[in-house]
Design a protein around this ligand. Sequence first.
Ligand SMILES: Cc1cc2nc3c(=O)[nH]c(=O)nc-3n(C[C@H](O)[C@H](O)[C@H](O)COP(=O)(O)O)c2cc1C
Length: 217
Amino acid sequence: MKKIFAIIVCFVMTLTLAACGDTATENIEPADNPTPENTAEPAEDVPENPEETPAEGGKTLVVYYSATNNTEAVAGYIADATGADIFELIPTEPYTSADLDWTDRDSRVSREHDDESLRDVELESAVPDNWGDYDTVFIGYPIWWGIAAWPVNGFISANDFTGKTVIPFCTSSSSGLGQSGELLEEAAGTGNWLEGQRFRSGVSEDDVKDWVAGLEL
Ligand SMILES: Cc1cc2nc3c(=O)[nH]c(=O)nc-3n(C[C@H](O)[C@H](O)[C@H](O)COP(=O)(O)O)c2cc1C
């Protein structure tokens, strides 16, 4: 009788240990392969301020204005490197080379420079399709007299940058980015604006791609 009792006790203990073993195995989380299901860590990117909630869609857009194609080339390099869509800002009345002659005090661009009220350049389109899908927006322009060429202003005022990361870039002969990005950020009033980057007019594709890689987007 004692033997039978001992056998039953052993059997019950074996079953209990086996059950514990299974439970322990289920609780082991692969440290090097965390997924939302197997980690209790809070998501890193949850912003405290709802105003900074990233836009949905996770897409990247490169917006640019370019009068003589230098900025356009850089915009293309960035789009290739990031797989972004491109949106060109085209003035309804494009600038001719005579318009762009800054050595002529009477040229269009000189008059606009001298009189800020003339800088309201109408664009063929200022609002990209599916704007809400983009959470990262590069905005490119040439430097004119140390600031962003003003045809970009209409794009800035026409759009809400809430929840978007905005990265200004420019091309110039010699001037730096200066305050151009900050002035656009101020005009926009919304968005998470990064410092941005100036490129020389004929910058190489490799140099632009190195910069993009450094952003770690
Ligand atoms: C009206 C005008 C003003 C400019 N002002 C400056 C300037 O202040 N500093 C500078 O380094 N380059 C200046 N540039 C040169 C342009 O910034 C440079 O050529 C730029 O790469 C042109 O870009 P885009 O080909 O995309 O239009 C100016 C060019 C123009 C037409």
